[in-house]
Design a protein around this ligand. Sequence first.
Ligand SMILES: [Zn+2]
Length: 406
Amino acid sequence: MTDYTDIINLRHSIHSHPCLSGNEGETAKTIVAFLKKCKPDELMTNVTGYGIIAHFKGKKTGRSLLVRCELDALPITEASGVSYSSVYKGIAHSCGHDGHMAILCGVAKTLAESRDNRSNNETEFGDLLDKGDIYLLFQEEEEIGTGAKKMAAELRKKKMKFDYTLGLHNSPGHKEHQIVLFNKTCAWASTGIEILITGHTSHAGNPQDAANPTDAVIKLIESIRKLDKTNAFSTIVNFTVGTKDYGITPGNGAVRITARANEDAGLKRLTASIEKNVKKIIETENIKFAKTHKGKTGKSAAKNAFKYNISYSDAFPATLNNLSFSTLVEKVAKNLGYSTKRNLIGEFGSDDYTYFTHNTKATFFNMGAGEKHVPIHTPKFDFDDNLIPDGIDIICSVYKQIQQTQ
Ligand SMILES: [Zn+2]
């Protein structure tokens, strides 16, 4: 039985010193120090920022595999109560990226051990580096959705191509040690939408004089909710009208939404419908305003009493899965004795892993962390260390298996 104590200690040390997106220097330093001991054939550091890629080369040419994990933590105050809790107030590894990094470091260690013990063939996986190339990628800025796009562009610039690409995540809500695989969509597409409506204010005692966007905001929220379907839906994340001043009738409003769909085309259709609704509601409100303000504000001014602006941010394309590769991962997991499950609809939460999935056979798997495990992105969350051996075993076995495919 392999001893994972050093990997678990590494995870705890990363957990105590979490770094926010775009500021992952301290974590990157810890990872680079660990990887150096594993003597990869190539170690790329500061890729587009703090990104790291460790490349281990097989003796003979074979298939290449890219495995991705994430470097960043979240702006959350940890309340897990573990002895190795975050020493930085307001920053915590509440998504388990510390665990994913530990898994990839464990893979690096296993590869190094396999190479060092090549002659006596003593390791669990035999000579893992007999054939092929394996790249372990530590991605910056996953939580803010900017890291993968930059790093994937850099890989293209360096003309680095991979036959297979693998991503993973711990997953509370599923049985511990259960491996969850996907059919078509791994993670849904999503986008943030901000709709700003401007009218004009009046004295609160004369509300009839204002172009007050309150009705437009209410109608808009109702209309957006009606667009929800099984394969596409929106979450109203914030809305406002006016200010805190009791003497003023509101003159502006805002509705902020996150729209999601299981495919990029579905998200396009949903945002087009939202835009159509905004346009229609504002037109109706302008006609209503013009009718009640005939001669008061001037005909053209009344017609354009309300204006709007729509802007988009935090966009993630859907992550699509390669079914033949996910079937291979499923087979490997089953052979190792794990129970497996297929997620047929995909995860609602988006992941920028999608940028690594072009021109390669890409798949993603989730590792069940227990049905009652604290959910990710919450203060009490801590990664389940029992998943470290699962991840290492599956990645190493998948790498070995793909060398045997035609
Ligand atoms: Zn995450």
